[in-house]
Design a protein around this ligand. Structure first.
Ligand SMILES: [Zn+2]
Length: 114
């Protein structure tokens, strides 16, 4: 069985980064003038509701969901397998795109599909 511990770390770090960005956006939007209550930021980190996801924008939202799915697949042992053809996704690709769930061929097929 493959060891994806380092990729898992990478995904967790990236998720934290995205959530921090969400916090900053929420701070800008809702508390531009006032200091933030200390526990508000922590609550915001834990929230993954539509309001939070809305603040992140489409690209970040898609990435955050993909990261969540990838982490679940690591935990369930399905990670690293292409959801298109069932083949192993090359490790080099996972290192570059850790939340990818398709091999290069299937990703290209999906991108060029009508
Ligand atoms: Zn594939």
């Amino acid at each position: 069985m493959n060891d994806y511990a380092d990729i898992r770390e990478k995904l967790l770090a990236r998720r934290l980064e995205l959530r921090t960005r969400v916090d900053n956006i929420i701070t800008d939007v809702t508390h531009a003038e006032e200091p933030l209550p200390s526990d508000f930021a922590e609550q915001a980190v834990e929230r993954e509701n539509e309001e939070v996801l809305e603040a992140l924008g489409e690209a970040g939202r898609t990435e955050l969901r993909a990261i969540t799915v990838a982490l679940a697949r690591i935990d369930s042992g399905d990670y690293g397998m292409c959801t298109g053809c069932g083949e192993d996704i090359p490790r080099a690709r996972l290192d570059v795109l850790p939340f990818s769930d398709k091999c290069v061929h299937c990703a290209e097929d999906a991108a060029t599909a009508p």
